[in-house]
Design a protein around this ligand. Structure first.
Ligand code: SF4
Ligand code: SF4
Length: 338
């Protein structure tokens, strides 16, 4: 059943907590008293300017507590260098962005553990992934709120609920399995040999020795795309080792496997606010490309993302990320019964 909730923020003052409160008040929430409920979100990479402020997570945590649930906020560690590669760094970055237990009124944790090894394999049964490896969060929560910042993304066109469930829950190994289909290619005419790509590469796949241009060792490259994202001259392009639709399918398979585990006690909220070109994983400039619309809530991530994209229109993202077969996310989700 298609069932959406929408609260606009037009003419309201930031942060739009009142609109979120109204949206939460409309949910038929599936949680019961005493449930531990994980709020899955992204607190932003260190140096990122587009992430959502913690006021919204605080509102959701307060709403859950008022219904007798025991909320906590969580994310997983990431592949690339920066402020979220280890659990300790990620918690420091969260605190720096205001995501503290003190402010939120609930704990903040890393789903794959302080050493990134607290992971679990769950059934997939799909063409790319027979199993999917994710942070071991299922024993810690009986319910979930998938709270996502809806914005652009360089390989999936947009990032919303599907991506939050997929990359957001994935272990580092699973992230790598999804990212393994592309690597950087250099345009020498644009490259100034500044070395940024070398500094941000987490696997030392990128190297440069004066006076040469940088080189990328494809045996070491894990396709995290951080060099591509951080190059100040846009001198690096994505080269797909396989059909670009494969990434979209892998993203969807991981999300579908997670959703199968949690769907009987989960709600989904997308924040169509501060809609930036790139995801919150990147530090530095990240221009806003659309107005603040509001919050879309619902009971299925694919439907909430489809409704979000209907509201913004795909064109704002296609202009900045041309050629991405994003439609495959929806057709493949239908195909595999997600
Ligand atoms: S970051 Fe870009 S401009 Fe700088 S060395 Fe790497 S490819 Fe060249
Ligand atoms: S060279 Fe590969 S591993 Fe290194 S930053 Fe670029 S994409 Fe990531």
């Amino acid at each position: 059943m298609t069932d959406f909730l929408f609260e606009t923020v037009t003419d309201k003052k930031k942060p739009y907590v009142e609109s979120l409160r109204k949206l939460l008040g409309q949910f038929r929430h599936p949680f019961t008293e005493g449930d531990h409920v994980g709020i899955k979100l992204h607190w932003g990479e260190r140096g990122n300017k587009g992430y959502l402020p913690p006021d919204y997570a605080k509102e959701i945590a307060g709403w859950l507590t008022a219904h007798g649930a025991k909320p906590f906020v969580f994310d997983t560690t990431v592949l690339y260098s920066g402020g979220r590669r280890t659990a300790e760094d990620s918690l420091n970055t969260a605190a720096h962005h205001g995501y503290t237990a003190e402010f939120l009124g609930c704990p903040v944790i890393i789903a794959d553990g302080m050493d990134g090894r607290d992971v679990v394999s769950i059934p997939g049964g799909y063409k790319h992934f027979k199993t999917v490896q994710v942070g071991n969060i299922f024993d810690k929560a009986q319910g979930f709120v998938i709270f996502s910042h809806f914005k652009g993304h360089m390989v999936s066109l947009f990032g919303g609920a599907i991506k939050n469930l997929s990359m957001g829950f994935a272990s580092r190994a699973q992230k790598q399995r999804m990212h393994s289909d592309y690597h950087p290619v250099l345009d020498r005419e644009k490259c100034t040999r500044c070395g940024v790509c070398v500094n941000v590469c987490p696997t030392k796949a990128a190297s440069i020795s004066e006076p040469d241009y940088p080189e990328y060792d494809l045996k070491k490259c894990i396709g995290c795309a951080q060099c591509i994202a951080m190059c100040p001259e846009l001198a690096l392009q994505i080269f797909w080792n396989s059909d670009m639709t494969v990434f979209q399918e892998k993203l969807v398979e991981t999300a579908a496997a997670v959703w199968k585990k949690i769907n009987d006690k989960a709600i989904v909220i997308n924040a169509l606010l501060n809609i930036t070109v790139e995801c919150d994983c990147l530090a530095g400039k990240n221009p806003v490309i659309g107005p603040d619309y509001g919050f879309i809530g619902g009971y299925h991530p694919v439907e909430v993302d489809a409704e979000s994209l209907k509201m913004t229109g795909p064109k704002i993202f296609e202009k900045v990320h041309p050629g991405i077969p994003w439609q495959r996310q929806f057709s493949y989700a239908r195909q595999i019964g997600f």
